[in-house]
Design a protein around this ligand. Sequence first.
Ligand SMILES: Cc1cc2nc3c(=O)[nH]c(=O)nc-3n(C[C@H](O)[C@H](O)[C@H](O)COP(=O)(O)OP(=O)(O)OC[C@H]3O[C@@H](n4cnc5c(N)ncnc54)[C@H](O)[C@@H]3O)c2cc1C
Length: 89
Amino acid sequence: MTGDDPGDADVVIVGYGPVGAMVANLLGQAGVRTIVLERDTEPHTMPRAGATDDEVLRVFQAAGLVDELLPGLDLGRARSSSRCAATGW
Ligand SMILES: Cc1cc2nc3c(=O)[nH]c(=O)nc-3n(C[C@H](O)[C@H](O)[C@H](O)COP(=O)(O)OP(=O)(O)OC[C@H]3O[C@@H](n4cnc5c(N)ncnc54)[C@H](O)[C@@H]3O)c2cc1C
């Protein structure tokens, strides 16, 4: 879908948080015409993904985003513990 005709979408996702964004990516890759509706007009002011794990990286990989993200990740800290190195989650 190009975004020109929102009424032509097969799926409507409400909310462009991490879940909505990733589902939209995966649906788009599968050829499903998808539109995302987000009430906020600006990005969040606080970072919300200071730490991630291997499962999330696999999802990024499935969405074709991992090569772009890897250079910015501190993998050394992640390897040092099974818990989140940055937050302790
Ligand atoms: C400061 C902070 C730091 C965090 N750090 C981490 C971290 O390091 N690692 C980690 O794994 N998690 C972290 N989290 C948790 C992570 O941000 C959440 O788990 C994640 O954002 C949840 O994603 P979501 O898409 O389900 O919901 P949300 O991120 O809440 O996104 C929902 C979106 O839907 C929109 N929306 C809601 N209702 C409507 C509506 N009726 N119409 C249109 N739009 C609507 C909202 O505006 C929002 O943009 C952090 C959270 C915070 C607050």
